[in-house]
Design a protein around this ligand. Structure first.
Ligand SMILES: [Zn+2]
Ligand SMILES: [Zn+2]
Length: 342
């Protein structure tokens, strides 16, 4: 067993007793008489601690914790914690992860994440934030975009967790450990964080031409025309359709198994489109395609009206010509008549 692990587990087992029982201090001295005269550290926040010294009154046969900052002694750890709060030495909530440690730098999740998220650590790209129920971890990609989130909630030393990928909560089936409240070793937590770091995200199925044909959604062939995939990041280089049952994480390849299914449909749509725009039913067509269709219709009508206009002008010319001929005849007749009358 490594030194690191041992110190965590010692802290862990002692923490259980500390939280279970206000008499924890007396029990602790009973189990660990070597702690008499030793320092203890109370962390109301993970980045703030108070120093105490355990001492034993042999006459009273009772252990006390001497609080350095306010020069007072307390019979229990909880009295010490309440005392510090009443003195206004820390305000607001007490972190669920906070507890009493036997070292000023407890080997806990916080120090693990802090250490591994720096430089060439295992958790590069993670930003950690303390929240009232525990810890919130934000996972960023190379482009500094927030992609995943994890909350580790603490109830005493028992931890539960929840993971989000692109704002979607992951189901337990996609996670390596149960999510419920349970005792977890630091190694398990480390493995869990590493697993989340390594998770590949599904960004949906791409088929450029189909976006043009179908637009914002793909609908089913059934009567209801239920959409089964929606377009995301429209007009961006990462524009893609995401299946309504997208898994959000990838097991194999570059896409989740449900988004993979869309590809065949998209090929069909593309082939049908190549065979002629009319094969796209109006209800399924994208706005762009509908506009194109309308433009096409307009052009047809325009061509027809040009033809009509041409016919009209031809007729007009013919009529004018005929009228001219008539008037010519008339004037000839008139001339003749006038001549004859003269
Ligand atoms: Zn249909
Ligand atoms: Zn997917």
């Amino acid at each position: 067993m490594s030194k690191r692990k041992r110190s965590f587990e010692t802290t862990e087992s002692e923490s259980i007793k500390l939280q279970k029982n206000v008499k924890a201090l007396q029990e602790l001295i009973h189990i660990r008489p070597d702690l008499k005269g030793k320092k203890v550290y109370f962390f109301p926040r993970l980045n703030k601690y108070f120093e105490g010294i355990i001492f034993y009154d042999a006459k009273e046969k009772k252990a006390y914790v001497y609080s350095v900052i306010n020069d007072l002694k307390y019979e229990t750890f909880s009295q010490w914690m309440i005392g510090l709060k009443n003195w206004g030495l820390f305000k607001g909530y007490r972190s669920a992860l906070a507890t009493i440690f036997l070292e000023p730098n407890p080997n806990n999740i916080v120090s693990l994440v802090q250490k591994e998220s720096l430089g060439e650590g295992k958790f590069v790209g993670i930003i950690m934030q303390e929240i009232s129920e525990g810890l919130e971890l934000h996972f960023f990609d190379e482009k500094k975009k927030l992609k995943k989130k994890m909350i580790i909630s603490a109830r005493g030393i028992f931890l539960s967790y929840k993971v989000w990928v692109l704002d979607q909560v992951l189901q337990e089936i996609d996670l390596p450990f149960p999510v419920r409240v349970m005792k977890r070793t630091l190694d398990k937590i480390s493995n869990l964080i590493q697993y989340i770091v390594s998770l590949k995200i599904c960004y949906g199925q791409r088929f450029e031409n189909v976006v043009q044909i179908r637009g914002n959604q793909l609908v089913g062939n059934n009567k209801e025309h239920c959409p089964f995939a929606f377009l995301e990041n429209k007009n961006l280089p990462n524009e893609a359709y995401r299946h309504v049952d997208c898994k959000f994480i990838i097991k194999d390849g570059n896409i989740c198994e449900n988004c993979q299914k869309i590809y065949k449909t998209m090929q069909q749509i593309h082939r049908r489109f190549l065979a002629g725009v009319n094969s796209t039913k109006t209800v399924h067509a994208s706005k762009e395609i509908l506009i194109e269709k309308i433009e096409c219709q307009k052009k047809l009508i325009k061509t027809k009206s040009v033809t009509i206009a041409n016919i009209r002008s031809c007729l007009q010319k013919k009529i004018e010509k005929e009228e001219g001929e008539i008037s010519d005849k008339m004037s000839t007749i008139r001339l003749l008549a006038e001549t004859h009358l003269a």
